[in-house]
Design a protein around this ligand. Structure first.
Ligand code: ATP
Length: 222
């Protein structure tokens, strides 16, 4: 495995006339956690979407575990995203008709994991997020913090190398936010994952290895 789990080189992202990122560079090493701090509208989500292969950059290259992605066909991008990258959003985006266990099983089954194995792994992940008593609860029956914990378990379902999180606790009150953030950090550390986490919260950001911000459309130390 490459020492550089994520590498972004010369990234440009434009929306029409608006240039959000222009020559942004970033390297995240294996096991390193990086916070992306910055005000609303500075381009954090745009950067995460490009890093997570959800959007194509206007120019520049994104490498995942050393593999350049700009020339990959959509099918290969989808497989890389599914197998190597976990994504946590500000809003949980759980499927409302399924219980917590099923929500975590689904990405594994999409990756071809057998149902019994997916069930075993999903249960273990939810237990390690403190949700052992909530396996058969549907999202509507869970608190905001619990829903976000399920979303974190789901992001880790396929044992990604890289976790990307966009304001993962932005929708929670301060106490819950701190606890969910610590749970997320614990999972990242236990698995030796690399992580890039966007947040408005300097206190949460300070718990990561490194803090970057977007200035002059580039990434710079905060
Ligand atoms: N699909 C799009 N089309 C046009 N403009 C966009 C699009 N996505 C983002 N933008 C613009 O790009 C800029 C950066 O947006 P982005 O969502 O990346 O910022 P952010 O730092 O993540 O903000 P927030 O913290 O509010 O999520 C904003 O001015 C936004 O309006």
């Amino acid at each position: 495995m490459s020492e550089r789990v994520l590498e972004i080189a010369g990234l440009v992202r434009r929306y029409g006339d608006l240039t959000v990122l222009d020559g942004a560079d970033l390297t995240v090493a294996a096991g390193e956690t990086v916070a992306l701090l910055g005000p609303s509208g500075s381009g954090k989500s745009s950067l995460l979407h490009v890093a997570g292969l959800l959007e194509k950059p206007t120019a520049g290259e994104v490498l995942i575990e050393g593999q350049p992605t700009s020339a990959l066909p959509d099918r290969a991008l989808t497989a890389l995203r599914r197998d190597r990258i976990g994504f946590v959003y500000q809003f949980h985006h759980l499927l409302p008709e399924f219980d917590a266990l099923r929500n975590v099983e689904i990405p594994m089954m999409a990756a071809g994991v057998r149902h019994d194995e997916a069930g075993r792994r999903a249960k273990a992940l939810l237990e390690s997020m403190g949700l052992g008593e909530r396996l058969s609860h549907q999202p509507a029956q869970l608190s905001g913090g619990e829903k976000q914990r399920v979303a974190i378990a789901r992001a880790l379902a396929n044992e990604p190398a890289l976790l990307l999180a966009d304001e993962p606790t932005g929708n929670l009150d301060q106490d819950t936010s701190g606890r969910v953030f610590e749970a997320l950090r614990g999972m990242i550390a236990a698995r030796g994952l690399s992580a890039l986490v966007a947040t408005h919260d300097r206190n949460l950001a300070s718990r990561m290895d490194r803090i970057l911000t977007i200035k002059g459309r580039k990434l710079v130390p905060a």
